[in-house]
Design a protein. Structure first.
Length: 732
């Protein structure tokens, strides 16, 4: 007998005790093995396999006594089990070079003494975490000579089930597995500590789910998480590598790899639409490719049309399942906000706007958004949030299935009203009480600083325009025209003509649909003014005159004052100074009558231009000094800058270049302070002309070059005029 063979000794003893009822040859028959083979096992010349030991226990009625002995003996007689559980990686893996390099660097990094090497991959559902995990695991598996353990926790198997599977794969018999998770986890760590084994855990939901599955000191684990789990990083000392979306080229490469390169190349425009719809998610790109393969006679264009109609997820069952798993892990407030974000098609939202959409207070909204961030279902840029395209389609589908129509209509109205009130408040900070209470039925109580208001308007202009189009599409025409018109002070100050023209056009259309004469008159003024700014005087006057007729009909004096201002300004542009002067005087009078002093200042400044052109310098000076007095009194700083600029133009026309320069300098400071870039450029042009008049050509060039840089940055055609002025100065 082999020295120290406890199994053989115990079996010999048992057979000796039962020799009268069970011989060795009888036992061999019951075990279905040859007597010679059993003799070698009994005499310790052959090890007893675990299955044979289990059968011996069954025949002898010894529970699992011999099975335990065989397992214990196996450590002396057999090499340990080498599990190789890693599944095949996806065949159509593309890209991810940066992520693979990052993983390799993290894997090569030294860990603290006594700590396990744990590297975690996080990212949005469907973003390709599992594919990346398997690709990297396959690349490093050869470094772990004792095997690889793998578990996919997508369907949330209990931690104990996974532990039992790992222990079984490692050859630990059930009889040696303690009851309870903690005991089994301790055995797993003990076994892993003696072997070089890679542990790979995919689709993990929470830290609690996998902490018992991780190796102890000197072990190695690669993990993909469905959500951010800071408690895991606190326990393991590691941090996550976040997988981001594909670039356009990678998405197209994946689509072509799955669907066939020639098929995708034959319809590049339609393929581009599919790629754009995937928004960098490889999961949708792969499944769209599979759809094309499954329907060889369907064109790429037909599938793109189906996507545009919103039917994407009805045909992407696997993707729907992937998103559902993450969605079902959200708490009610976060899930509700997620659904409403799916129906919000007006672009990204600030946290405050998201709170309004969800009907949440600020604290609850931040909590819900943090949960969505942790689940990686949000895009976030500069503090603004939105859902990626595929997730937005999924969320919208859920909203339509789970939320009642009234609930969705109420949410939509909340976001419309929130934007209207916020925009009214911001634009009132730019031009106090300019609208006369048209939007809210009262003047907003704005406490915003001028620059803050400009910044808010700049950041939200595109969103408000999209919301206006949405309101018009949904039949809320009154809200549509108000949302476009409320931005008029910002548009005037910022000169964002493309957005302004679009907004004004939408506003006129919506006001006509609403049969709202107040709205139509005001929107026609906005459209006429932007057309005037774009140099389209005849078209501008047509809209302005229509607006004026409506305002005279309904008695909208505040609106009439603004429209007369637009008519006068357009007349100045056309050189029709007599009619322009009359319109501007009438405008100023109406502004004074309706208690809007800064509006009168603007009208007087334009009238002064008429007087300067006619060389009525004294009258122009008196008018501008009166305007300056009102501008300072009202405290609307852009109007003071306008008047100072007018005074500079007056002194320039008189040949009083030093005095003109002083006024332009003051206008420049005011315009820089209020962030009016185009007006700042105008002041620099005035300074350039004044320096030229003083024969200070170097100073003139500096001022004109600064003006040119601003105009060209704003795509303002007046940059051509500045180039002509610079050319007139000659070379430096």
């Amino acid at each position: 007998m082999a020295q120290g063979n406890a199994f053989a000794a115990e079996l010999q003893h048992c057979l000796q005790e039962r020799k009268n009822e069970l011989s060795q040859s009888m036992l061999a028959g019951k075990l279905h093995v040859s007597p010679g083979y059993l003799s070698k096992v009994v005499n310790g010349r052959r090890p007893a396999p675990r299955e044979l030991a289990r059968k011996i226990d069954g025949v002898l009625g010894t529970g699992r006594h011999f099975e335990r002995l065989a397992v214990e003996q196996a450590g002396d007689d057999f090499p340990p089990v080498q599990p190789q559980q890693l599944p095949a990686m996806v065949a159509d893996f593309v890209g991810r070079r940066a992520a693979l390099s990052q993983l390799e660097a993290r894997w090569a990094a030294r860990v603290a003494p006594g700590a396990a090497k744990v590297v975690v991959i996080e990212g949005a559902p469907g973003i390709g975490k599992s594919a990346l995990l398997l690709r990297f695991a396959a690349a490093i598996a050869g470094r772990y000579g004792d095997g690889c353990l793998y578990a996919d926790l997508r369907h949330d198997p209990s931690t104990e089930v996974v532990l039992n599977g790992f222990l079984q794969a490692l050859g630990v018999p059930s009889t040696l597995r303690p009851t309870g998770i903690d005991g089994k986890a301790a055995v797993l760590r003990s076994v892993l500590a003696q072997r070089r084994i890679l542990v790979v855990l995919d689709n993990v939901s929470t830290a609690d789910q996998i902490l018992p599955l991780l190796p102890g000191s000197a072990g190695a684990a690669l993990v993909s998480m469905r959500s951010h789990a800071p408690e895991l990083y606190e326990r393991t000392g590691t941090s996550a590598i976040v997988v981001g979306p594909f670039g356009t080229a990678e998405s197209r490469e994946l689509l072509a790899m799955v669907a066939g390169g020639s098929r995708v190349a034959a319809e590049p425009a339609a393929a581009r639409r599919l790629v754009q719809a995937c928004d960098g998610f490889p999961g949708p790109a792969r499944q769209l490719g599979e759809l094309l393969v499954a329907h060889p006679y369907r064109s790429v264009h037909e599938l793109a049309e189906q996507l545009d109609s919103g039917d994407c997820l009805d045909h992407l069952d696997g993707l729907d399942t992937t998103f559902t798993k993450t969605y079902e892990g959200l708490r009610p407030a976060a899930a509700g906000l997620f659904r409403l974000l799916g129906l919000h098609t007006a672009g990204s939202l600030s946290e405050s706007a998201a709170a309004a959409l969800g009907g949440l207070d600020q604290v609850a909204a931040v909590r819900a958004l943090d949960e969505l961030r942790a689940a990686y279902v949000l895009n976030e840029v500069d503090g603004r949030v939105s859902l990626p395209g595929p997730l937005q389609m999924f969320a919208a589908k859920r909203a339509r299935a789970q939320d009642g129509v009234e609930h969705l209509i109420t949410a939509r109205h909340r976001i419309f009203q929130w934007y209207l009130e916020e925009a009214a408040t911001a634009n009132d900070a730019l031009a106090p009480d300019w609208d006369g209470g048209v939007f809210l039925g009262r003047s907003p109580l704005s406490t915003m600083a001028f620059r803050d208001a400009m910044s808010w308007c700049s950041g939200e202009a595109d969103a408000v325009l999209r919301l206006a189009r949405c309101a018009q599409h949904k039949g809320d025409h009154e809200m549509a025209w108000k949302l476009t018109l409320v931005y008029l002070p910002y548009f005037y100050l910022s000169k964002r003509w493309d957005v302004w023209l679009h907004a004004a056009s939408v506003g006129v259309s919506a006001a006509r649909e609403a049969a709202d004469l107040t709205g139509l008159g005001r929107c026609l003024h906005s459209l006429g003014w932007v057309l005037h700014e774009l140099g389209k005087a005849d078209e501008a006057l047509r809209h302005l005159n229509e607006g004026l007729r409506i305002q005279e009909q309904i008695g909208d004096d505040r609106g009439r004052a603004w429209t007369l201002l637009g008519i006068g300004a357009t007349g100045v542009f056309r050189g029709d100074h007599t009619a322009a002067g009359e319109s501007l005087r009438n405008s100023a009078n109406l502004f004074f009558e309706t208690s809007l002093g800064f509006g009168a200042v603007v009208a007087m400044s334009y009238e002064a231009r008429v007087l300067i052109t006619g060389k009525s310098f004294d009258d122009a000076l008196a008018l501008l000094l009166r305007a300056l007095e009102v501008a300072v009194e009202t405290g609307v700083r852009p109007t003071e800058g306008l008047v100072r600029h007018g005074l500079g133009e007056l002194h320039l026309a008189r040949g009083e270049f030093r005095t003109a320069l002083a006024q332009f300098d003051r206008a420049l400071l005011l315009r820089q302070d209020t962030g009016q870039r185009w007006a700042e450029a105008e002041a620099q042009v005035g300074r350039g002309k004044a320096w030229t008049g003083l024969d200070e050509r170097d100073h003139a060039r500096v001022a004109l070059k600064r003006a040119l840089a601003i105009f060209e940055g704003l795509h303002d055609p007046r940059g051509l005029d500045v180039r002509a002025l610079l050319a007139g100065l000659g070379s430096a």
